[in-house]
Design a binder for this molecule. Structure first.
Ligand SMILES: [Zn+2]
Length: 177
């Protein structure tokens, strides 16, 4: 049975180190970690989660967008398991959007990201995939990819004026759906 994992909060060194590549995707401990991350991200109303956020400094994350309390307008998708990702190309076009993070509760930041990216990664079965992501999913991918390099969204805001509390953010969202 998958279990909810504790989420590392900003200040934990595990969020600030470079993650290690996964050598064997079929390792039962890795498969169990993935199953636990799937229930943990759903329980926490996240749209993605990276392994370092559950104290596993490994090159693994989930993109798991769905509308929820924290992201009422997120697109609905089946969660994608991303192992040992590479970003192959990034569009010159950037877009700013509001982000939050399960490791930094209560805070949102207006973060510039590449509008489109091309990526390569391994699936949980160890198969190589190449995909293109745009807009919100490209944003989630770049946010989670940052986590496995030890970077968090507050490192990416252009100004501290572009931070706000989650409570204020959700108020504004409900006025501008
Ligand atoms: Zn995060």
């Amino acid at each position: 049975m998958p279990i909810l994992r504790q989420i590392a909060q900003l200040g934990q060194p595990v969020l600030r180190r470079l993650s290690d590549k996964i050598v064997d995707t079929e390792d039962p401990a890795i498969q169990m970690l993935i199953d636990d991350m799937l229930v943990t991200v759903a329980d926490a109303d996240g749209v993605g989660i990276a392994a370092p956020q559950v104290f596993a400094p490994l090159s693994l994350f989930l993109v798991a967008s769905r509308p929820n309390r924290r992201y009422p307008h997120a697109p609905l998708m089946n969660p994608v398991v991303i192992i040992n990702p590479e970003i192959l190309w990034r569009s010159d076009e950037m877009e700013k959007g509001w982000e939050g993070c399960l490791s930094i509760p209560g805070l949102r930041g207006f973060v510039p990201r590449h509008r489109r990216i091309g990526v390569r990664y391994l699936t949980r079965k160890g198969e190589v995939r190449e995909e293109e992501y745009g807009d919100f999913l490209a944003r989630v991918f770049q946010h989670e990819f940052d986590h496995i390099q030890g970077t968090v969204f507050v490192d990416r805001v252009e100004s501290t004026q572009e931070l706000m509390t989650e409570k204020e953010y959700l108020k504004i969202q409900s006025c501008n759906p």
